[in-house]
Design a protein around this ligand. Structure first.
Ligand code: PLP
Length: 229
């Protein structure tokens, strides 16, 4: 078995155990392979191993890979910071954006999403640990922000994305995930008309904690493809 196949099997195993541990169904967790900095060949190999969802952070790098791999039925997720001059790429070539944090970006995506495609799936990034270095909305800003998105019919508001502060204890990280989960539940009550079914949380180091707190999508790079170059 290749290293990539073994890594994917190991990550799937971890997800399986994590769901069993908290009585959830493994089918409710999507595995998103974070392929930033990896060549298209690695993505192709991961697809052959059964992965469908791939996450990219950098617009220029992503554009080339999406074009190279357009013969494959992949689901592309943009998970990095998105500048307004790069929204067209995401609107035209991606299925998901995880890092929505500004109305201006949402309005550009609304205008640029091609009519022949379904609405772009978006998650709102939450700055759950109130870090100055991080983008994302504070929990108290979510209600107004989602309300402002209601008229944008080319976007499907699917949920929240979070990256907790680094170097915390497991208990603190778990608490950050739980607070994010609570934010989603509140939005579900507030906006029953929206398809709010996604909690994009958990990476290589903390996917078990995220699943225990209700994650529906884990974003895994290192533990699938190895250490980034
Ligand atoms: C790079 C990245 C990941 C993957 O992190 P790993 O620790 O390599 O699994 C997940 N989410 C985002 C937003 C990232 O930028």
């Amino acid at each position: 078995m290749t290293t990539l196949l073994a890594n994917i099997a190991k990550v799937r195993d971890r997800i399986q155990h994590a769901t069993e541990h908290c009585g959830r169904d493994v089918k409710d967790i999507t595995l998103l392979a974070v392929s930033k900095t990896r060549p298209a060949t690695a993505i192709e190999e991961a697809h052959h191993a059964g992965l469908l969802h791939f996450g990219e952070n950098y617009a220029q790098e992503a554009e080339a890979k999406v074009a190279t791999l357009q013969h494959l039925p992949l689901v592309w997720h943009f998970i990095g910071p998105l500048q307004s001059n790069k929204t067209r790429l995401v609107a035209e070539r991606f299925h998901w954006l995880h890092s929505l944090d500004r109305l201006k970006i949402a309005e550009r995506l609304q205008a640029q999403r091609p009519v022949h495609l379904p609405p772009l799936n978006v998650c709102i990034e939450v700055n759950i640990d109130d870090e100055a270095s991080k983008s994302g909305l504070h929990p108290g800003q979510l209600d107004d922000f989602v309300r402002a998105l209601l008229s944008l019919d080319r976007l499907a508001v699917r949920g929240l994305m979070v990256i907790p502060a680094a170097n915390q204890t497991a208990a603190t990280t778990h608490a950050s995930f739980e607070r994010t989960s609570a934010c989603l539940h509140q939005l579900q009550q507030q906006f029953p008309q929206l398809p709010l079914d996604t909690l994009s949380m958990g990476m290589s180091a903390d996917l078990e904690l995220a699943i225990a707190a209700g994650s529906t999508l884990v974003r895994v790079g290192t533990d699938i493809f190895g250490a980034r170059l």
